[in-house]
Design a protein around this ligand. Structure first.
Ligand code: PEP
Ligand code: MG
Length: 315
C-alpha cells in the first residue's frame, strides 16, 4: 500500500481555476533525470550544459555530446526539454573557448558572446543536439544564455534553425533584453527568464559576493517590473515565457511570476512539491492581484510583505 502511494502520479502544475502552469526541472546532468521525474517534473526547463565542457582540455566531440544529450532526452519521452547552450566566461575559463583573464568576468566575453566568437563550438553543440533530438521522442527546445541584443537573438535563432532545431529561444537575464522583450520575442520562439543573473545585473550586485547579498533579491520590484515587461510581450505575441532562475522555487514568488505573465516555471526538483501546492491555492485573477501588490512596493522586503498580505486577504 505504501508503495502504491509513493508511485501515485503527481498532478501537473496548475492554478486553482485550472490554468496550466507546467512545472519543470533545472538539471545539470542527465543523472538527475529519474529523480526529477519521480518528484513530478513535467519536463526540463533548464539543462545547463557546462558540466560537459568544464574540466576538459578540448571541447567534447559531437558524438560525445550527442550521447549525453540523447541520454537526457530519452528520460523525458513526449515532454519538453529546454537545453541551454554553453554558458562560459572568464569566471569559468575554458582553454578552448575564452582564457583571456578579465577584470569583470560578469560583464565580459561570456555566454552567447563567447560562443559567437568561437562559432565552431556552438555549431558542434547545436549539431549534437539536433542528432539527439532525432534519436528521441522528447520535445527539444534550445536557448542561448546572456543575450543582450536583438541582433544576438536573430543570430542564434537563425543558426539553430539552420542546424535543424525546431524550437529556439533566448534567456532573458540581462536588463537590456528584458527592456527589448517585444523586439526580441518577435525574432524567436520563446523566452526564459534567468532571475539569478537578471537580479545581479539589475541591482548591480555580484551574485557571488556575500556583502551585497541583500541586494541580490528577486523580490525587488525593479526586477519584477522587468519580468512584467517580458510577460506582457509574451502575452501580446502569444509566445511562452518561462522562468528558470531560483526565484521560481519560492512558493509565493512563483505565484507573483505567474501573475506577471510567466507560462512555465523551472526549478531544482526538490522545490516542485511546494510550488505545486502554492499555485493550486490561487486563481489567475488572484495571481495577478498578488503580483500587482508586489510590483507597487518600494523594495524587496515590502514586496514580499505586500504579496503575503494580498494572498492572505484572498484566502
Ligand atoms: C539565471 O541566471 O537565473 C540562470 C538560470 O542561469 P545560471 O544560474 O546558470 O546563470
Ligand atoms: Mg544565468
Amino acid at each position: 500500500e505504501r508503495r502504491a502511494r509513493a508511485e501515485a502520479p503527481v498532478t501537473p502544475g496548475a492554478l486553482r481555476d485550472g490554468t496550466s502552469i507546467p512545472l519543470l526541472a533545472n538539471l545539470g546532468s542527465a543523472d538527475g533525470a529519474a529523480e526529477a521525474v519521480r518528484l513530478g517534473a513535467e519536463g526540463v526547463g533548464l539543462f545547463r550544459t557546462e558540466f560537459l565542457f568544464l574540466d576538459a582540455d578540448t571541447a567534447p566531440s559531437v558524438s560525445e555530446q550527442t550521447e549525453q544529450y540523447t541520454k537526457l532526452l530519452r528520460a523525458f519521452p513526449g515532454q519538453k526539454v529546454v537545453v541551454r547552450v554553453l554558458d562560459a566566461g572568464a569566471d569559468k575559463p575554458l582553454s578552448f573557448l575564452n582564457d583571456a583573464p578579465e577584470e569583470n568576468p560578469a560583464l565580459g566575453l561570456r555566454g552567447i558572446r563567447a560562443l559567437r566568437a568561437s562559432e565552431e563550438i556552438l555549431r558542434e553543440q547545436l549539431t549534437a543536439l539536433a542528432q539527439a533530438d532525432a534519436a528521441s521522442e522528447a520535445d527539444l527546445w534550445v536557448m542561448a544564455p546572456m543575450v543582450a541584443t536583438v541582433d544576438e537573438t536573430r543570430y542564434f535563432t537563425a543558426l539553430a534553425r539552420e542546424l535543424g532545431l525546431n524550437t529556439v529561444g533566448v534567456m532573458v537575464e540581462v536588463p537590456s533584453a528584458a527592456l527589448l522583450a517585444d523586439r526580441i520575442l518577435a525574432e524567436t520562439d520563446f523566452a526564459s527568464i534567468g532571475t539569478n543573473d537578471l537580479t545581479q545585473y539589475t541591482m548591480a550586485a555580484d551574485r557571488m559576493l556575500g556583502s551585497v547579498a541583500s541586494l541580490q533579491d528577486p523580490w525587488h520590484p525593479a526586477v519584477l517590473s522587468l519580468v512584467a515587461s517580458v510577460g506582457a510581450a509574451g502575452r501580446t505575441q502569444d509566445k511562452p515565457v518561462g522562468i528558470c532562475g531560483e526565484a521560481a522555487a519560492d512558493p509565493l514568488l512563483a505565484v507573483v511570476l505567474v501573475g506577471l505573465g510567466a507560462t512555465t516555471l523551472s526549478m531544482s526538483p526538490s522545490a516542485l512539491a511546494d510550488v505545486r501546492a502554492s499555485l493550486a491555492r490561487y486563481s489567475s485573477d488572484d495571481a495577478e492581484a498578488i503580483a500587482r501588490a508586489a510590483l507597487a512596493a518600494e523594495g524587496a522586503a515590502d514586496a514580499r510583505r505586500a504579496a503575503h498580505e494580498a494572498a492572505a486577504a484572498l484566502t
